[in-house]
Design a protein around this ligand. Structure first.
Ligand SMILES: [Zn+2]
Length: 436
């Protein structure tokens, strides 16, 4: 993380540099060039001006300087060991490189906004630790208000015990400063329950479109282009296209720039009894690792089909770490034979759709030289929903990037995907028809 080089024109692996990029975003905003978030909006939030670490491998202290006291919530997570600090939305104005170097129990930390009204700092630990003390000090003796976390080394057993007393974290603002966001979320939930009543009588197959990344997690980047924005634009265009046919009910895992944990994306597919799940991404090769181009279609497997598939799955699975929380729980009923059978059938359907998609996409988009691959993507782990993950191309490749930002390319590629979806369901219907 500390070795990340940030330059607007250079390609960077955002997955590895998220904290630094978030910092960059704030720096640019305060210079008034690219207001995201806008300097006006940012100024109403408390300012986090500095953060420091002190102590050793037995006891480590984190101190956050603020311009006003805030409420907070801190909890630990295992595998890997982390501490998460939730605070109301703040304007991070840390010096460059803050968080890259660790000390004592803290390997490194990263920070950013995880939802409207909520900011988060995530600490990667060197091993199991518990939060011995946590408090906010009011301004005194010329010192600004400070938020202090004191960590203490524990063994694995001690860690697990400390987890049990902490309440289970949830991805919603549980802090007074974020009251507006809670109200907004409640209103949204109500709107959704009305929508789901209407959906009950709708027997059309459900297609879930999952634009990758979002919020604090930018995905891969090239100059001014973020993967999260490119894939959202593509996903919305695909939704509009297939909704128009009237044959499917289309559900998006996100419709705006929001961070959604991988497990929640899978849950959307399962809760909606989706007939198809399509996750949309764009890849990038790390700098110095050559050039690659073209679209690739991935399905789920236990073992990656090649080294590149393995690298990519690892990178995509890091999305949760960047959002700062990893609540993915492997289903406990994995041994259940029914799930196993469903999974086998799902894989057949997933592979069938992947082949149809490749056949259609190669007429409009340029494909990777090995366009069909598989790997252990967390976002594809819904045992009963046929799922693929499409990497539209490489933002690290000049030609691919030109396509990715082109309306014309997008429209043609969306069209080929819509055709593949039609072909997939036409076959399923035909098959069901002959079976009866
Ligand atoms: Zn991605």
């Amino acid at each position: 993380m500390g070795t990340c080089v940030i330059h607007p024109v250079l390609l960077v692996r955002a997955l590895l540099c998220a904290a630094a990029l978030l910092y960059l975003g704030v720096a640019v905003a305060s210079a008034g060039e690219a207001p995201s978030p806008s300097p006006v909006a940012a100024s109403i939030f408390p300012i986090a001006s500095d953060a420091r670490l002190a102590g050793d491998a037995k006891q480590t202290r984190f101190v956050l300087d603020l311009d006003k006291a805030v409420q907070f919530r801190a909890f630990t997570l295992a595998d890997p060991y982390r501490v998460v600090l939730d605070i109301p939305q703040v304007n991070f104005q840390f010096p460059a490189g803050t968080g890259a170097a660790g000390r004592g129990l803290i390997k490194a930390f990263r920070y950013g906004m995880v939802m409207p009204g909520g900011s988060r700092i995530v600490f990667d630990l060197t091993g199991p630790a518990r939060i011995a003390k946590s408090y906010v000090l009011e301004a005194a003796n010329g010192q600004p208000p400070r938020l202090v976390l004191e960590l203490e080394e524990v063994d694995r057993t001690g860690f697990v015990q400390s987890l049990a007393v902490e309440s289970r974290p949830e991805l919603r603002p549980a802090i007074a400063g974020a009251a507006d966001a809670v109200v907004a979320a409640t209103a949204m939930a109500e709107a959704k329950s009305v929508a789901s009543k209407a959906a009950e009588s709708d027997t059309r197959p459900v297609v879930v479109i999952d634009p990758g990344h979002g919020g604090a997690d930018n995905g891969t980047q090239s100059g001014g282009e973020n993967e999260k924005d490119l894939v959202l634009g593509f996903g919305l265009a695909l939704r509009d296209r297939i909704e128009k046919s009237g044959k499917y009910r289309v559900v998006m895992t996100r419709e705006d720039d929001t961070f959604i944990p991988l497990a929640d994306r899978v849950k959307v597919a399962r809760n909606q009894s989706a007939a198809l799940f399509v996750s949309i991404h764009a890849d990038a090769l790390p700098r110095g690792e050559g050039d690659a181009q073209g679209a690739t279609i991935y399905t789920l497997s236990d073992r990656a089909s090649d080294a590149e598939a393995e690298r990519l799955a690892e990178a995509e699975n890091k999305a949760d770490a960047i959002g700062g929380v990893n609540l993915t729980e492997e289903p406990t009923e994995v041994a259940d034979i029914l799930i196993d059978l469903a999974r086998r059938e799902t894989r057949t359907f997933s592979n069938r759709f992947a082949r149809l998609l490749m056949g259609e996409m190669k007429t409009t988009a340029r494909m990777h030289k090995h366009p069909l691959k598989s790997a252990g993507f967390k976002v594809l782990k819904a045992p009963d929903v046929p799922s693929v993950l499409v990497e539209l191309g490489y933002v690290s490749n000049k030609g691919d990037l030109e396509h990715l930002v082109s309306e014309n390319w997008r429209s043609r590629t969306v069209g080929s995907m819509a055709q593949a979806i039609d072909a997939f369901f036409a076959k399923r219907v035909a098959k069901a028809g002959t079976a009866n």
